[in-house]
Ligand binder design. Structure first.
Ligand SMILES: [Zn+2]
Ligand SMILES: [Zn+2]
Length: 132
């Protein structure tokens, strides 16, 4: 498979997997369509796509990198119970306020909340116990 085709295949996987897939998940899915693909090739293509601004890298401390096709600036919630990563809409104006008057040249801001997603929080809440 030609290099540019591999890159488009990786791009398609990031789009179709939606939920911030890891390189490993992208590799497992892409391999079904292109059995000769290696994990190294997937990593290389993902790095290229990130550099080209077509994919965002989502770094969660202590976790493998995830990849996101939503390019508009947003934050993420990492659920420590089920391991999912959800989008959280953020008001860029609030972040700009926090930065007001800070020296230097700031180009990006990464916001990651750590906790429980809605489904896991409901499962953990005492009032939800009857649902189980
Ligand atoms: Zn969860
Ligand atoms: Zn996202």
């Amino acid at each position: 498979m030609r290099y540019s085709k591999q890159r488009e295949l990786v791009m398609q996987q990031v789009e179709s997997l939606q939920d911030h897939p890891t390189a490993e998940e992208i590799y497992q899915n892409a391999r079904k369509e292109c059995p000769g693909l290696s994990l190294g090739t997937v990593y290389r293509n993902l790095n290229n796509l990130v550099e080209a601004g077509r994919v965002r890298r989502v770094s969660i401390p202590g976790q493998p990198d995830r990849f996101d096709h939503t390019l508009a600036w947003h934050g993420h919630l990492y659920c420590t119970a089920c391991g999912c990563v959800e989008d959280l809409a953020l008001d860029p104006g609030v972040v700009r306020q926090l930065l007001a008057g800070k020296p230097g040249h700031i180009t990006d801001c990464v916001v990651t909340w750590i906790g429980l997603c809605e489904a896991c929080a409901r499962r953990a809440a005492p009032s939800g116990a009857a649902a189980l």
